[in-house]
Design a protein around this ligand. Structure first.
Ligand code: PEP
Ligand code: MG
Length: 595
């Protein structure tokens, strides 16, 4: 809906895409992720001494800053994560970087900033040409150090998301996995980005952190000033600033209402997700790491329907060891037992980049080295992960799932590596559960077309609607310019879900859905009526989904589906669902502002 704030008071708004629900009011912190501009002026010979001095000071100050950050990180996340900074500190001692820059200042009569960028450019180009994977990885570290030194030399504030002093709303062009990994919920109360869609990495992280967010808010970094008070309306996808007290009061009231409504829904936490005519659905939570389990449990998840394991691998300098992964998986499995934990193997690529060893940017990352493709190309990483997952299976109910499948051979090959992992564990005398369920994500149109044959190979399907929609409609899920075409109710998408369910049922396999669509209140009737038996979504959305399931009947959901499948456009389906929704769930409609 369009909210006409001018009827309430004075305010300026930017319309974006609602990425994570809730309302928050706070001070903007504009994240300056861009590399600072470097002046290219020459200097007089007598200024050389001063430039040398400035550069040495910048090196020393940066060392002090990094040691402090290292200490903080060690206290909070342990030695392993803190070790990231050791590589950075070593670069500040590296003679190629330090002596190289000093030589350029004196030989070429340039300012320290320019001498530094030229030296780093030279060093990284040489490193990029080597075959040595370890050295290539260091390029990211060197670039990071270059940015820090430049900020210092230019007298700019080098605040990052990790060392924020106040509570803020982060405003950025985009947020990479490394940015979101360093966000702390006590400080970051919400975020706004200029790019992205509802299913892009940053949006998923916002829901996981349970903070309101709006993405695709064009030119927000230019419109809002550092420190300005802004409102994020994560229900409608609005960024509000320059407002008067009438608008502020309106939002304080809506915030209160929203929070009351959430509290009401949480009362259903311990009830099953069963329809009025007695059909039971499995409700799982999507998590990104062991730290999300508490939220999954407190929001009433019966299990984990998607553990996105790639977050254990991103924003660090190495690949986590088998033991480290095992500890993470085991802690989730033990906490959820006897509930199921569906662990998805590494799904890097697409917009989840930054894995150690992934160097070259791809022209089409969503069509590139993603998911099972990456794992099969890196058998050592793959087998290490599978062994860790299998070992965790001794402690509860584990399911394994391969992402981004587009051919039968990928599944067969994946299962072969899984068998090799089992074999290694037997030799090592490690315990694991012999008969865990193995499934795949259905997220490419090819997988739907092949669903009949794929169903023979696996124990279950989980539809990844985030990707299935993007690949079916040829719409990049993270590109806000084409977000209007990213339509979960598009008849082609609904038809593919229907075909998937039919193929699974024919082979008596269960089928669930773990894309963001599962957490959209409007979609729930459609999904249960389509015959899915499991839905998994971010913990935050679970109470609403459960309340919808509990107040409907399976029979009426089937009728909704049969009408919807006859419609010819997505907007038509949406309007139809909205009408039913307003009638059946007036309270949810009011809070979600469906009018
Ligand atoms: C999906 O594609 O729907 C999904 C759940 O996986 P991800 O969002 O991690 O790609
Ligand atoms: Mg996916």
């Amino acid at each position: 809906m369009i909210l006409n704030l001018s009827e309430i008071g004075r305010a300026t708004t930017i319309e974006g895409i609602p990425a994570s629900p809730g309302i928050v009011i706070g001070k903007a912190f504009i994240l300056d992720a861009e590399r600072p501009h470097v002046p290219e002026e020459e200097i007089a010979a007598e200024e050389i001494g001063r430039e040398v001095e400035r550069f040495r000071e910048a090196i020393e100050d940066t060392k002090v800053l990094l040691r402090r950050l290292r200490g903080e990180l060690e206290e909070e996340l342990g030695e392993n994560q803190a070790a990231i900074f050791d590589a950075h500190l070593m670069i500040l001692e590296d003679s190629m970087v330090v002596e190289g820059t000093l030589k350029r200042i004196t030989d070429d009569c340039t300012r320290a900033e320019l001498a530094l960028t030229e030296t780093i450019g030279h060093v990284t180009r040489a490193m990029g040409r080597t075959e040595d994977e370890y050295l290539k990885d260091r390029i990211y570290d060197i670039k990071d150090i270059e940015r820090r030194l430049l900020m210092r030399l230019l007298g700019r504030d080098d605040r990052t998301l990790r060392n924020l002093d106040d509570e803020v709303i982060v405003v950025a062009h985009d947020l990479a996995p490394t940015d979101t990994a360093s966000m702390r919920k006590e400080r970051v109360k919400g975020f706004i980005t200029e790019v992205g869609g509802r299913t892009s990495h940053a949006s998923i992280m916002a829901r996981s952190l349970e903070i309101p967010a709006v993405v695709g808010a064009h030119s927000v970094t230019e419109s809002i000033s550092q420190g300005e008070t802004v409102i994020i309306d994560g229900v409608l996808g609005l960024v509000v600033y320059g407002f008067d007290t009438a608008v502020l009061e309106y939002y304080l009231e809506r915030k209160r209402e929203y929070e009351d409504f959430e509290k009401q829904l949480l009362k259903l936490k311990d009830y099953p997700a069963v329809t009025r005519d007695g059909r039971k659905f499995e409700l799982g939570a999507n998590i990104e790491g062991p730290e999300d389990v508490a939220s999954a449990v407190s929001h009433g998840a019966e299990g984990i329907g998607l553990f996105r394991t790639e977050y254990l691998f991103l924003a660090r300098q190495d690949i986590p060891s088998e033991d480290e992964q095992y500890e993470a998986y085991r802690s989730v499995v033990e906490s959820m037992a006897p509930g199921p934990v569906l662990i998805r193997t590494l799904d890097v690529g697409g917009d989840k980049f930054g894995l150690a060893g992934q160097h070259e940017a791809e022209a089409n990352p969503f069509l590139g080295w993603r998911g099972i493709r990456y794992s099969l190309a890196h058998p050592n990483i793959f087998i290490r992960q599978l062994k860790a997952i299998l070992r965790a299976s001794a402690y509860g109910n584990v399911r394994i799932m391969f992402p981004m499948v587009s051919s039968i051979n990928e599944v067969k090959d994946g299962k072969q590596v899984l068998e090799a992992a089992r074999q290694q564990l037997r030799i090592e005398g490690q315990e694991f559960c012999e008969d865990i369920e193995v499934g795949i994500m259905i997220e490419t149109p090819a997988a739907v077309v092949l669903a009949d044959a794929l169903a023979r190979e696996v124990d279950f399907f989980s539809i990844g609607s985030n990707d299935l929609i993007q690949y079916t409609l040829a719409v990049d899920r993270g590109n806000d310019r084409v977000a209007y075409l990213y339509d979960q109710y598009h008849p082609a998408v609904l038809e593919l879900i229907r075909q998937t369910v039919r193929a699974a049922k024919k082979h008596r396999k269960w089928v669930g859905l773990c894309g963001e669509m599962a957490g959209d209140p409007l979609s729930v009737l459609l999904l249960i009526g389509l015959g899915l038996s499991e839905l998994s979504t971010s913990p935050l959305m679970l109470p609403e989904v459960k309340s919808i399931i509990r107040s409907t009947s399976y029979n009426s959901a089937r009728k909704v589906v049969s009408r919807a499948l006859d419609m010819q456009t997505g907007p038509e389906v949406r309007r139809y669902l909205e009408q039913i929704f307003k009638r059946k769930y007036p309270e949810i409609s009011a809070t979600e502002m469906i009018v």
